[in-house]
Design a protein around this ligand. Sequence first.
Ligand code: 13P
Ligand code: SF4
Length: 303
Amino acid sequence: MQILEKINQLKDSHKAVILAHNYQPAEIQDIADFTGDSLGLSIKASQTDAEVIVFCGVRFMAETAAILSPKKTVLLPDEFAGCPLADMITAEQLLKLKQQHPDALVVCYVNSSAQVKAESDYCCTSSNAVEVVNSLPKNREIIFVPDRYLGQYVIEQTGRDLILWPGYCQVHIVITEEDIENNKAKYPDSIVMAHPECTEPVKALADQILSTGGMLNFVSKSKAKRFIVATEVDMIHALQKQNPNAEYFPASKRAVCPNMKLITLEKILWALQDMQYKITVPEPIRVKAQKAVDRMIEILPAD
Ligand code: 13P
Ligand code: SF4
């Protein structure tokens, strides 16, 4: 029997759903029941009536699903698929920062551990970070962790003076101004879309600053036919599938997230065969983290 047949059979018998992030390898995106950005996947995970969620992404995404759906079995097909950005702040470090700013509200990017979420008031994704910060009282200080580049973008968009943490995504910071300029010189009629995790000089050269879900929405409404894509390279597969009539150029072919690529079809099969690797969050942490995550999925992006 072919691997896809086996996966489908096991999916049916376990009442499982496969969720995949837009940075997953093409063949994983193609077999998923639902693909999307961090916000879309979290909402899907909270709404599905499946009993098992196979999360094709990285640990914090599976953890967020486990926070939202504690009665479901959440599986991450590779236990080492982590996110170095999420690992750049610990709950202890956040607690210290909170002690220095005792009246501040804490907003954490969803790219963070369950423990950090439990110490935060609000969680957000790149698609609703601006809306989340705009919803907060004007007279309160705000701590924003862990991505400094998303934080800087939110400062510019909201005019709020955020207390930032020096975290960054090692995939997005490899994209340089020169990459954008060289691509622009080659494809002068193209639109540059950059993820907010890119550095400030790259974002300054972009026409649009968007989450991965925002990129898909923007392209589907745009009349343009060529796009330079400043984010992880497999985003191009998601764009091509949804809008095959446009052309897409990666800003940098080096923008590859090695953790996202740890997921393979074989590992999805083994995940369903052996119910591995179960992602759970200790109940006291889960309950605290859920408050911040519930707020995140209630505040929708403006567009
Ligand atoms: P979004 O898909 O939510 O834009 O997130 C990008 C990302 O880096 C996830 O790790
Ligand atoms: Fe983490 Fe960056 Fe990979 Fe996203 S692309 S999972 S932020 S390392």
